[in-house]
Design a protein around this ligand. Structure first.
Ligand SMILES: *[C@@H]1O[C@H](CO)[C@@H](O)[C@H](O)[C@H]1NC(C)=O
Length: 347
């Protein structure tokens, strides 16, 4: 430095300070955002509810829910039901694959009448983000339909083309409404419930109510479930950057509770009395495997579940099914028919 010209030196210095200053500003800005977010969330708890439900995320965006045939579902009928005055919710009814030819061009009345056929029935409760037309969901409807199931799926209030805004109680009462609507049509035929991800929380809420009334469903399948929303939020990748911040629970987890969001499957399994099957991939990074395993351990201690079939099926990391791809398992039809006691048409 000593050897350089005065003019040259000052130019280098200006350049250095300019760069350092810019870097400092960026760092301060990042730090500011990092610190502001927890306070924002605490002040506006509805932000946290939006992050739990993610109902505003509509992927794929340009999908027309009125046209299930665009997804290869040529034996599916789209219609709307009203669980409450002013709340219309979008529903799809897929008939068993065996009926696909017969289903061409049929109306709602025909679809309704097919519930009387000897085929079993599944109510599917989807997770957060996206709609009933999400691809991993559609692929599962196809697996179930091929297994000889009617599949009824819908968007909770606040999701997809359904009215209203999301809440745990709204999701649960929509599920209950759909279940009763199906029950009226299927009569004494077995009615099964399937929940995925956040939908497993809705499913245990629903089945707990049904069991409390003395009318349990034929069976309950939980795909990638968690114990309760606090434990799930703690393990979610979104909370990674804040997990070790002092006050994390107060800022983030208490805010979820303040929104009346609990999804307490760990408590619900103590009130459930029907066969229960849990499916979980070991490489699930959205709902970690250990939470599904923990729920299974709690369920295996449950008095109300004792005497009922209880099964836990892990899918090894090598299969890479993660959070959404258990439908890809070639074993799934056999796992389901073994558990549910249905015959696999291609077996
Ligand atoms: C309709 O769907 C069924 C069942 O998924 C499939 O086997 C069939 O090939 C489809 N037919 C047409 C014309 O797309």
């Amino acid at each position: 430095m000593a050897r350089c010209h005065d003019l040259h030196c000052s130019q280098v210095r200006i350049l250095q300070y300019g760069l350092m200053g810019r870097l400092k500003r960026i760092l301060l800005w990042v730090l500011g955002v990092y610190i502001t977010i927890p306070f924002l969330v605490k002040l506006c708890p509805s932000i946290q509810a939006k992050l739990v439900f993610l109902n505003f995320v509509r992927l794929p965006y340009f999908i027309d829910l009125k046209r299930p045939q665009d997804h290869g579902l040529n034996h599916t009928y789209n219609f709307y039901l009203q669980p409450e005055t002013g709340v219309n919710i979008g529903v799809w009814h897929t008939v068993p694959d065996q009926m696909w030819k017969e289903a061409q061009g049929k109306d709602r009345e025909w679809y309704d009448s097919t519930f009387k056929s000897p085929y079993p029935v599944m109510l599917y409760l989807h997770g957060n983000a996206g709609t009933r037309g999400g691809d991993h969901r559609v692929q599962l409807y196809k697996v179930l339909s091929l297994l000889g199931y009617h599949v009824v799926t819908f968007d909770y209030r606040g999701w997809g083309d359904s009215d209203g805004s999301p809440s745990e109680s709204g999701m649960t009462s929509d599920a209950l409404f759909l279940y009763q609507w199906m029950k009226e049509r299927v009569g004494s035929k077995p009615l099964n419930v399937w929940g995925h991800s956040l939908g497993t929380g809705v499913a245990t809420n629903l089945v707990r109510r049904l069991c409390d009334r003395g009318t349990p469903p034929n069976s309950l399948v939980l795909e990638s479930p968690f114990t309760n929303i606090r434990e799930e939020a703690k393990s979610h990748p979104f909370s990674m950057v804040y997990r070790y911040l002092p006050g994390f629970e107060w800022f983030f987890l208490d805010t979820i509770s303040a929104n009346d969001i609990r999804f307490a499957s760990d408590e619900n399994v103590d009130h459930i009395s029907c066969p229960l099957l849990i499916l979980h991939a070991e490489d699930d990074s959205v709902v970690p495997f250990h939470l599904g395993k923990k729920l299974y351990n709690i369920a295996s201690q449950s008095k109300s579940l004792s005497g009922h079939k209880l099964q836990f099926i892990p899918f090894p990391v090598s299969l890479a099914y993660k959070h959404k791809f258990i439908y890809r398992s070639p074993e799934l039809p056999h796992i389901l028919s073994d558990f549910l006691g249905t015959t696999h048409p291609h077996a």
